[in-house]
Design a protein around this ligand. Sequence first.
Ligand code: UD1
Length: 423
Amino acid sequence: MHGGYFMDIWHVHGGSRLEGSCRVQGSKNASLPILAATILTPQRCELLRVPRLTDVDAALRILRRLGCRACRRDGTVAVDSAALSCCAVPHELMAEMRSSVIFMGALLARCGEARLSLPGGCKLGKRPIDLHLAALRKLGAEIEEEGGELHCRAGQLRGAEIELGFPSVGATENAMLAACGAKGETVIRGAAREPEIVALQDFLRAMGAGIEGAGSGVIRIRGFQPRGLVRFRVPADRIAAATFACAAAGCGGDVELLGLEAQEISALLHFLNAAGCDIINDKHALRIRAQGRLLPVGPVVTAPYPGFPTDAQPLLMAAMLRARGRTLIRETIFEQRFRQVPELCRLGAQIRVDGRTAEILGVERLRGAALQATDLRGGAAMILAALAAEGESVVLDEGHVRRGYEELDRSLESLGARIVLEH
Ligand code: UD1
C-alpha cells in the first residue's frame, strides 16, 4: 500500500459452495487500542488471541520504537513498557496505519507529551481527527499542529467533561486512554458504543483503571493505579465474522463460525436472514446456511453501533450482487466507501452509485475478472464477489487485505473455496 514494495495476488476460482467450520480471529480493531494502552502501565502485559496482521506488526514496531519490549509467541503478544524512553512516533510508522493516532492519548497519559504526524490508513475519504484533539484539549493538553506534525503536551492532565458531537470510535478511545493519566474524574458523553470500546474498558480495568459505562453513551474514568502482570484475551473480530457470513450468503453453503459473540453482528444477520439465509445461533457456534439466489434487502443504512457497521457494508454488497432484485445501501459514516463498486462491476455486477447511496440490481451470474483492491474491506468484498463468480478472477492487492485478515486464503480454502494467495 505504501510505496508499492509488494503486491499480493489473490487467485480465486469461483463457483464453489462453502461448507465447514471456521474459528474467528482475534479482533484487529480491539487489538490496536489495547496495544497502545499497554504503555499506560510499567507492568508486563500478556495479550492472547492477538491476530497476525500487518497492522498489528506496525503497532508492535511503534511500541519498540518507543523503547518498550514487545514480542509475539504464537497468538500471544507480550509487552513490557517499563523502559519506555521516547514519546515520539516517527512519520514512517504513523503512515503505516491510521490507528496509530491512538498512541496520542496513551503517550500523553504516560509521559505528558506526544509527538506524531497525521495518520495514514485506508483511503475512505476525509478522516479528520478534530474530535480526538478537542477531547485531549479538554483534558488539559496543549496541541500544536505544524506541517502535518502534532506536538501534544500536558503538565498534568485534569479530569473533565467531554462531549463528543459524533460517537467517533477513535476519539472515544483516545479520550479514555488520556483520561487514565488525568487527576480527577472524566466523563465522556456521546461516546461510541462499539464492542471494541467495551474491550478497551475491560483491558484498562484489568490494568488498574477505575472506568465504567463503556457500551453506553456515557463513560466515566476515575484514574488509574497500575496493578501487577496483566493477562487479557482479545475478543473475536466481528468484521472477520461478518466476512465469512457474507461469503456463505453470497456463494451458498453451510458455514459454522466459532468463538464469536453473534449479537455483535446482529445488524448484519438481520439482513442475511431477510435475504433468505438460515441463521442458527447456539451457544457454541453461529451457523449460516444459504441456497441459490438471495432475496433483495434494504434499505441498509450504515450507522454507529449498534447500527449496521460501515466496515460490513462492502461485504454485504458483495453478497447481494446476485440477489433476485434491487438492494439499496446508504453509507453515512465515511465519504468514499464505495470505491469497491467499479471493481465489482468488472465481474458483471450492476451497481449504480448516487452520492451516498448505492443501488445494486442483482444479476443472474457474475464472471471472473481482474480486479484491484482499493482498501481493506473493499478488497475483501472483491474476494467474496470473485468466489461467487464463474471462472477465474485475480485480485491485485497492495497489502490492504492482510492489514485486517489473518490467513484469509487458508480459512476460505478450508471451507471449500478455491483460492490461492501469491505474495
Ligand atoms: C473505527 C474503526 C474502523 C471503522 C470505524 C467506524 C479502528 C481502528 N477503526 O475507525 O474500522 O470503520 O471505526 O466504525 O477501530 N470523525 C470526525 N472527526 C474525528 C473523528 C472522526 O469527523 O475526529 C468522523 C469520520 O470522518 C467519520 C466518522 O467520524 O465520518 C467515523 O469515524 P470514527 O468512528 O472515528 O472511526 P475510526 O475510529 O477512524
